[in-house]
Design a protein around this ligand. Sequence first.
Ligand code: MG
Ligand code: MG
Length: 254
Amino acid sequence: MVILKSRDEIATMRRAGRVVARTLERVVAAVKPGVSLRELDELGARTITGEGATASFLGYHPRFAPTPFPASLCLSVNEVIVHGIPDRTRLRAGDVLSIDCGAVVDGYHADAAVTVPVGEIDPAAARLLEATERALWAGIAQARVGNRLSDISHAVGQVAHASGYGILADHGGHGVGQLLHEDPSVDNDGRPGRGPRLRDGLVLAIEPMFVDGDPAYLHRPDGWAVATRDGSRSAHFEHTVAVLDDGPEPLTVP
Ligand code: MG
Ligand code: MG
């Protein structure tokens, strides 16, 4: 069931979105060769709680997962596309790191992700990051009252096709609100003009996940991390976006 949000609810989600944006800014600023994923997660956790919010992911236990998520951030390196569990792994120059963050304020979630370079990265990795972020904004531009849901999917997918990137199957965006994952699901590809009409008050997490190679994936033994089978690198960008009568408003901004 799709739940439209009131202006008051969207104002609360804007506060949650600001916490997510500030947390991502602080964690991104700490990314460098030698830092461990666990150190970055601890910084993220301190930032979220310091803002008076709660981490959405800590203890989150969806049906597909064998255990509750044990950290505040999802940190996914190189061939790990999403849902990486922060561990003692230390970043190396040339890695690409996806940082996914969710925060709850007064019962409402916001959810956003960025993928960033660690030190110097090669031009192919830089292109992947640039295209995936551009696809996010292409999707956001379609999050307009009167459009249909798959107009967003189509805009995201077209960027992947034009750039020659694979799209992670079975994963995509989602409604967000009092639950981290609400209806509807937002595919990252598809024909335009399908699905429900977008209405004022709909809040969606839009999140392209692109692979520089074969997007076939597997789950790591921890049951959470989703990685490419052949080691191809991946990127993931996400904003929580309110569909409003006067246009889409990204909520996960500072
Ligand atoms: Mg996310
Ligand atoms: Mg999400």
